[in-house]
Design a protein. Structure first.
Length: 526
């Protein structure tokens, strides 16, 4: 039978443990890989309607997966919300808000991306900073890591968050010396103003995944593990039903959706080739950027403060046991205390059953490094976080404790299944930037020499596996994806630069020249 698509003259990197000597071409039919081999051997598969692409020696490998992002939020931030990412100062953030308010004259103003760690003074802003721009209607702005809200006085008043407001479990209201709220709400305290945030329209939710997938296709991304909720899942299903979703989506559930999912008889991996159910996503702590990550030892200069656990170990174990046997957990854990408690919970569970994973796994105590592999726990990590956080970690933890930060190399040496993602829109979803970060571990200024915690640097081949082979394993899709083998999904990417051969410093200059999903070209710059 003739192929639908034939890619020839490639430097083929199958990522498979089964050798394919002499192979430089692949044939695709009906969304799957029909043949892998030398161009001459695949010539009989060329028919009158076969689309043939000569890759002129480009590196061809399995398409990239992003194992942790917020797909629709990424799309909405480009079209519906105020984008504060990259604002270098409080003044620039205020100016962006002023312009946004003029364009949106009614209702609550919502945005995301402010980063006080990058601003002079490294201090959280206050409600007064927002009142100076918008005094008469609510403003709610999420931090870059989404673990703190910055609110104006109108938002606090509307939500009844005053001096007498109690601290919610798993959250904190930042207060001044007199006990009055400053405008910053951490973790669960964000829920106090959640009702003020305008819900995107159904039309905006439908547009968001299509806008996001277009950008991701241009980056060589063929599939994602999506960390959002039921409204976003409904939007994705709507797009898929209209045949417009050309991105594989593994959709995590929220704890509040678990009972309904179990009542319906759903389970992890239920769904179609486009949208399927993943794990139950929950939070054990906050973030390093907002200084709410839970650690075993205090933050530097704060002897009585070890962070803000958002779920107790007992609550986490109860959730894990409720989820079994249909679902595993995907536990957000940043600090070494949160990671240890999650591992402790997994150790008390039967090993057989759904795969368990820890999202981020950013800071680990040395004794916990071998436990991931021993317990079969997947580490879902985002290399670009280390670029953004290395200076913050040094400041708030100290150099010695940073030896357990983003310990990708050590986890791999112990045999851990490590998959990579971006946490977009928190970070750039470009896998090649993530690849460079994992291999080089350099900050925005190009330092330090040799990389930050260089003992944790990994090879290009290891990093590529984390975006392909291990990504498929983390989704339970290793029989369908992650390698170039006959019968698997025809999801591929051809790169402009052979990242396995070029100097690592040149990796960020590479880009995806061709992206194929289900045997169809969804992006080409050839």
């Amino acid at each position: 039978m003739p192929a639908d698509l034939l890619l020839t003259n490639a430097h083929l990197l199958t990522m498979s443990r089964r050798p394919a000597p002499g192979a430089d071409s692949v044939a695709c039919r009906d969304g799957r890989l029909l043949a892998v081999g030398a161009a001459a051997d695949l010539t009989p598969l060329r028919g009158r309607r076969t689309e043939v692409v000569d890759l002129a020696g480009r590196l061809l490998l399995p398409g990239f997966w992003d194992c942790h992002l917020h797909l629709l939020w990424h799309g909405l931030l480009h079209s519906e919300w105020l984008d504060l990412r990259g604002a270098p100062s409080l003044g620039e953030a205020q100016e962006r808000l002023r312009r946004f308010a003029l364009d949106h004259p009614r209702g609550t103003l919502y945005g995301q991306g402010f980063n006080k760690n990058a601003w002079p003074g490294d201090c959280f802003p206050t409600r007064a900073d927002l009142d100076a721009i918008v005094p008469d209607r609510p403003v709610v702005l999420a931090s870059k890591d989404w673990h703190a809200f910055w609110c104006n006085s109108a938002a606090l008043l509307r939500a009844h968050v005053g001096p007498e407001a109690p601290e919610p479990p798993g959250g904190r209201i930042e207060r001044d010396a007199r006990g009055a709220p400053t405008g910053i709400l951490f973790e669960a305290a964000q829920g106090l103003v959640a009702d003020l945030i305008p819900s995107p329209s159904s039309a905006a939710l439908r547009r968001a995944p299509e806008a996001a997938q277009q950008q991701l296709h241009a980056l060589g991304v063929v599939g994602v593990h999506n960390c959002e909720g039921s409204p976003e899942l409904r939007a994705l299903q709507s797009v898929a039903a209209r045949g417009r979703l050309r991105l594989r989506v593994v959709q995590h559930l929220r704890p509040e959706d678990l009972a309904a999912a179990q009542q319906l008889g759903l389970y992890g991996s239920y769904g179609s080739e486009w949208v399927r159910v993943g794990s139950v996503k929950c939070f054990a702590d906050g973030s390093l950027g907002s200084q709410t990550a839970a650690f075993l030892a205090p933050y530097a200069g704060r002897p009585d403060y070890t962070g803000l656990p958002t779920m107790s170990a007992e609550e986490l174990e109860q959730l894990a046991r409720r989820a079994r046997p249909q679902f595993g957990l995907a536990v957000h854990a940043i600090g070494d205390r949160a990671n240890r408690e999650a591992l402790d919970v997994f150790e008390r569970l039967p090993r057989r059953g759904p795969r368990q994973r820890i999202e981020h796994a950013q800071h680990l105590a040395p004794d916990d490094l071998p436990r991931f592999a021993r317990l079969g726990v997947i580490a879902s990590m985002q290399p670009l976080h280390l670029v953004a956080d290395m200076a913050v970690a040094e400041k708030h933890l100290g150099p010695e404790r940073c030896r357990g930060a983003y310990a990708i190399g050590s986890l791999l040496q112990h045999g851990t299944h490590v998959c990579f993602g971006s946490d977009a829109p928190v970070e750039d979803p470009d896998p090649l930037r993530g690849l460079h970060a994992a291999v080089m571990r350099l900050g925005p200024d190009g330092g330090p020499a040799g990389g930050w915690q260089p003992q944790e640097c990994i090879t290009v081949e290891q990093a590529l596996r984390c975006y392909t082979v291990e990504a498929a394993y983390a989704a339970g899709l290793e029989a369908e994806s992650g390698t170039i083998e006959v019968g698997k999904w025809a999801d591929l990417v051809a790169l402009s630069v052979d990242v396995t051969q070029c100097p690592p410093a040149e990796i960020p200059s590479a880009h995806a020249d061709l992206t194929v999903v289900a045997g169809r070209i969804v992006h080409s710059s050839l």
